[in-house]
Design a protein around this ligand. Structure first.
Ligand code: KG4
Ligand code: ZN
Length: 336
């Protein structure tokens, strides 16, 4: 089965081809980082317009590279939500048009399911598992007994982990999106130069809170002499990252203990973070839990994860009609 994946939920236009015989045959991502950098965050209207300009040429390019015609495909999988509504609509309308033109089946994929199943692109997933979903818009702990069944165990009360990285990076004068820059700067940071809070540390629930971190960083940064020197930015980055990673690790392993699972996974853009991957690997080993991080290209938004998730739906006999709607918000629910 050859499935075309389309992902346009935020600021990356991505198309991919998943071939059930060969795996991911193509995964093309057109980034809009330069377009939004100037504004310090994603401007929804600009994102929609850029998707509109980039998406069909990307599909054509993919088919040309693979020497395929539309009718050689077996289905189209498209991110239906959550995300920026205008951006989602560009992907969904395009997916529908391709299906209508070539008589292909369509399936809508929940963006978070895509991120979770990105783990299966590296190796077969060990299930049941507990998955920590950490992206720009989500921070959730999900119990996954099998593909298609998801139980939300808890999440953030305010900001997502990615937002915490991005907002604190902005305070430090680092470019957008800030996560990868904090990750890079923190490698040169010295431990113990600053002290940031770990809110809700004693709370027995699976909960996160990151909005206080931004305030704490602002208070510290406001007191620092300007311009900020590189070593100071590195030192703050180090402790910001430690605070975020501490909270994430604590809840992930608390949830794993509660569900007695043999495996834990990471999903979403923040799972590209070097320190998070290192800490989860070390803690998983201590507890005898299976853990393999997703490949970096499949951590941040990409259509390969959507194409693969779509294939899982099609293989289970699920498809959507051309009346499928996109949704800006909606929790991940089970379909099996
Ligand atoms: O999953 P994603 O690509 O888009 C959403 O669905 O939100 O996640 C984007 C988020 C951004 O907040 C970005 O700063 C963060 O992932 N991110 C990172 C790293 N790479 C991306 N955060 C920390 N360390 C990284 N290496
Ligand atoms: Zn994402």
């Amino acid at each position: 089965m050859r499935i075309l994946g389309i992902e346009t939920s935020c600021d990356d236009t991505s198309v991919a081809l998943y071939d059930s015989e060969r795996g991911v045959a193509e995964n093309l991502v057109s980034s809009q980082v330069d377009l939004h950098d100037h504004f310090g965050g994603v401007v929804p209207e600009l994102a929609s317009r850029a998707h509109l300009v980039n998406l069909l040429p990307l599909v054509d390019y993919l088919l040309e590279r693979q020497q395929l015609k539309l009718r050689d495909l077996d289905g189209v999988a498209v991110t239906a939500g959550p995300g920026l509504i205008g951006a989602l609509l560009v992907g969904l309308s395009t997916g529908k048009a391709l299906c209508a033109a070539a008589g292909l089946p369509l399936v809508g994929v929940h963006h978070i399911e895509g991120h979770i199943l990105a783990n299966a692109l590296t190796a077969d997933m060990v299930l049941p598992a507990v998955v920590l979903v950490v992206s720009g818009g989500h921070t959730e702990v999900v119990f996954m007994p099998e593909v298609g069944r998801y139980e939300l165990m808890g999440g953030t009360l305010d900001d997502a982990a990615g937002e915490a990285f991005d907002k604190t990076a902005k305070l430090l004068g680092l470019p957008y999106p800030g996560g990868p820059h904090i990750d890079r700067m923190a490698r040169r940071g010295r431990p113990g130069q600053f002290d940031f809070p770990r809110p809700l540390h004693k709370d027995p629930r699976i909960v996160f809170s990151f909005s206080g971190l931004k305030t704490a960083v602002r208070v510290v940064v406001d007191e620092l002499p300007r311009p900020l020197d590189e070593q100071t930015v590195a030192d703050v980055s180090y402790e910001v990252q430690e605070a975020i990673v501490d909270s994430l690790c604590q809840r992930l392993f608390q949830a794993a203990r509660r569900k007695h699972v043999p495996a834990v996974y990471l999903a979403g853009g923040v799972s590209a973070n070097g320190r998070l991957r290192e800490r989860v690997a070390a803690e998983a080993q201590k507890r005898n839990l299976h853990f393999l991080p997703p490949e970096p290209v499949y951590c941040t938004d990409n259509a390969a994860m959507i194409a693969y998730a779509g294939w899982c739906h099609f293989a289970a006999g699920r498809a959507d009609g051309l009346d499928l709607d996109s949704f800006p918000r909606q929790p991940l629910t089970s379909w099996r």
